[in-house]
Structures are given as structure tokens and as C-alpha cells.
Design a protein around this ligand. Structure first.
Ligand code: MLT
Length: 266
């Protein structure tokens, strides 16, 4: 299914009963909604599950390639409006977490709960911005495949890197993305705001998840969010790096389900 928002056609999936609480899955960079395959399968019999491709990634168009994180939040709200979902639980991994945090800051009444996975509230440091600049150069000069290999080497835990099937499946998802969309997303990430000051104002049930070997957003970031968000819960996923839902889906799903069941009564 596709909808047009701010000059781009966006791809989304909407499965499960409309009468059930809505859970929106927001993917990380440089992936797409495909990364949530195992969560969609597990959740769809109990919840309404919506997953969409952020502009410039997966099957969503990049438009002219110039956008900001604010566009990504607009995309989320437009998907909710289009599907007539007033309020949803947002589950975002890494970049998806940045989008979820900015969405609750901007549109507080549209968010019923938060699941923040392998993410942080801080904006990029200068060092982080320079790393983005260098990644854009790599993508333009060497292509998406070379970039994907470097990204996964850093993102995955050692046990995941030695799992050839998992590496190949994840590389395939990344390689469906085009340089224009990935470069545009990197610029949007570099220019995003810091949502840390909003954390104490969050009043919805919040679960924070992080892979024990996450090197991109290490557990310290999660611990700080956990301390700042009143009543939040935090869980560390074993045998996982930055892409915890892909690397250890069984433990991830168990924790996700326990939280969703407890908070929604479903
Ligand atoms: C992600 O997984 O979404 C990215 O690693 C986030 C980032 O680069 O800040």
C-alpha cells in the first residue's frame, strides 16, 4: 500500500485487526520495514501492526533527496491520519527511535506508548556529523554494497557476523536502498534536534531495549533515557548488537510481547 506525503509516495503495511491497539514499527538506518518481519509475524494476531518505509528507504521514494527528520515525523503522522489511527504505540529502532521521540515531542496526543530500541535522545556530535559526511562520500564513491558490509561489521555483534545467512539477508535489505535516499537520510540524521529535555515530560508507558553488544548506541544512552523517563522499563538483549530485533528475535519478541500485553491488557 502507498500514500503520497510531502512529494513522496510512501510504502506501508497494515496488518491485524483494526479493533486491536495499533503498534507502529519504525525501522532503523539503512534498512526498511522489512527488518521487522519477525515482529510483524509475531504481533499481528494480537495487535494492529503498521510498518512503513521512511522516505528514501525501502519502497518509499526519496523525492528530490532533500528532507529532514521533521519530514520523517510528518510521514509517520500522515500514515496515522491516512489509516485513521488516533493514537498508537510507537516502536522505533535507532533512527526509528529518533523519529518516535521527536513525534511524541511534537504530537504528544498521538502516542499511547513508546518502545525505544537501540537508540538515544542526543543529537549528533561534531564527530558524528563528520562520520556522516564520510559515509556519504563512501556511498557515492563505492556504492551501497561496500557501505553495507562496513555498516554491518560495526552494527552486528560478533556472533551475528559469523551467521552468514543473517548477514546475507540483512545485506539484501540494505542493498535495495539507493544512494540518493541513503545520503538524504544521513543529512537528515546529522541535522536532527536533541530530544533529551523532553524525556522527563513523557507520560506514556515506555520500554527501552538495547543489545548487550550495541556499539553504535551503547547501553549508557539507554540507561540515561531510563533514568529520565518516569516509570520506564529497560531490558538488555543478550547475543545482540545494534540490530537487536534481527539478531536475537526470540528474546526481543518475548520482551516486546510482555510489555505490550501488560500495558494494553490484550
Ligand atoms: C540506525 O541504526 O538507525 C543508525 O545507526 C542510526 C544512526 O546512525 O544514528
Amino acid at each position: 500500500m502507498r500514500i503520497a506525503v510531502n512529494g513522496s509516495r510512501l510504502y506501508y503495511v497494515d496488518v491485524g485487526a483494526r479493533s486491536k491497539p495499533a503498534v507502529v514499527l519504525i525501522h532503523g538506518f539503512p534498512l526498511s520495514s522489512e527488518m521487522w518481519g519477525k515482529q510483524i509475524q509475531a504481533l499481528k494476531s494480537s495487535f494492529r501492526v503498521i510498518a512503513f518505509d521512511l522516505r528514501g528507504q525501502g519502497k518509499s521514494e526519496a523525492g528530490d533527496g532533500q528532507f529532514t527528520l521533521e519530514f520523517l515525523v510528518d510521514d509517520l503522522i500522515a500514515v496515522l491520519d491516512h489509516l485513521r489511527v488516533e493514537c498508537a504505540i510507537l516502536c522505533g529502532l535507532s533512527m526509528g527511535g529518533y523519529v518516535a521521540l521527536r513525534a511524541i515531542e511534537r504530537n504528544t496526543d498521538r502516542v499511547a506508548g513508546l518502545i525505544l530500541c537501540d537508540t538515544k535522545s542526543e543529537a549528533d556530535t561534531d564527530e558524528g556529523k563528520l562520520a556522516r559526511a564520510s559515509t556519504i562520500k563512501t556511498i557515492k564513491a563505492k556504492g551501497v554494497k561496500t557501505f553495507a558490509t562496513g555498516f554491518l561489521t560495526n552494527a552486528f555483534a560478533a556472533t551475528s557476523i559469523s551467521d552468514t545467512k543473517l548477514v546475507n539477508a540483512t545485506t539484501r535489505i540494505i542493498c535495495k536502498n539507493k544512494p540518493l535516499g541513503l545520503s538524504g537520510t544521513l543529512l537528515a540524521l546529522a541535522a536532527r534536534t536533541d530530544t533529551t529535555s523532553f524525556l522527563p515530560k513523557i507520560r506514556v508507558p515506555t520500554l527501552i531495549i538495547v543489545g548487550e553488544h550495541d556499539k553504535i548506541t551503547p547501553a549508557d544512552f539507554s540507561t540515561k533515557m531510563h533514568a529520565a523517563i518516569q516509570g520506564s522499563e529497560m531490558r538488555i538483549i543478550g547475543r545482540a548488537g545494534h540490530l537487536s530485533n534481527i539478531e536475537n528475535p526470540d528474546e526481543f519478541n518475548e520482551i516486546l510481547f510482555a510489555f505490550l500485553h501488560e500495558k494494553t491488557g490484550v
